[in-house]
Design a protein around this ligand. Structure first.
Ligand code: SF4
Ligand code: SF4
Length: 167
């Protein structure tokens, strides 16, 4: 049959000699490569004890921000959810009641705010879309979890501690 390319190679099918059948030379060759790697600079790190430095543009787990007085910045405008290409963000807005001014900065706030980290592609569009500086992507990544529900981060997981009380 005519070859389609000139890349084909003839295979040497002559029977192996006794020495070749011992595979000793091939084992020595393989061990030589292994030993050579022992003295080379390692390309791996001992994670999690050792961590690599992140790139300056790394985008990790989200946080919901507070203002200097510890009030939640998010006003449940929904712009982050609309800009999210993965449809990973869901929220429910609520009206701020009299007496809650110390909790929420705007008249409307997110009573429920969730991000599905299994959907998220960490593009950072939500951060860019937010007019209130309320959502940021940090340098931490979502820890492993055995359950899918564990990757749905609610407000309690996302909201940073109150700078005044530390809670
Ligand atoms: S980082 Fe991108 S994919 Fe993830 S929640 Fe924000 S907009 Fe959606
Ligand atoms: S995080 Fe920002 S963009 Fe998203 S709902 Fe809150 S205020 Fe709007």
């Amino acid at each position: 049959m005519q070859a389609l390319t000139d890349r084909s190679k003839m295979v040497d099918r002559k029977p192996m000699t006794f020495v070749e059948r011992l595979y000793l030379w091939n084992i020595i060759k393989g061990m030589r490569i292994t030993f050579a790697h022992l003295f080379r600079k390692k390309v791996t790190v001992k994670f999690p004890e050792q961590k690599r430095a992140f790139s300056p543009v790394f985008r990790g787990l989200h946080i919901l921000n507070r203002d200097e007085e510890g009030r939640e910045r998010c006003t449940a405008c929904g712009l982050c959810a609309v800009s999210c290409p993965a449809e990973a963000i869901t929220m429910e807005g609520a009206e701020r009641k009299p007496g809650e001014e110390h909790l929420y900065r705007e008249e409307k706030y997110a009573a429920k705010y969730e991000i599905n980290m299994l959907r998220c592609i960490f593009c950072g569009f939500c951060e860019e879309a937010c007019p209130k500086d309320a959502i940021y992507l940090t340098e931490t990544f979502a820890p492993a979890n055995y359950k899918r529900e564990g990757f749905i981060y609610g407000k309690d997981d996302l909201l940073i501690p109150d700078p005044k009380t530390g809670k």
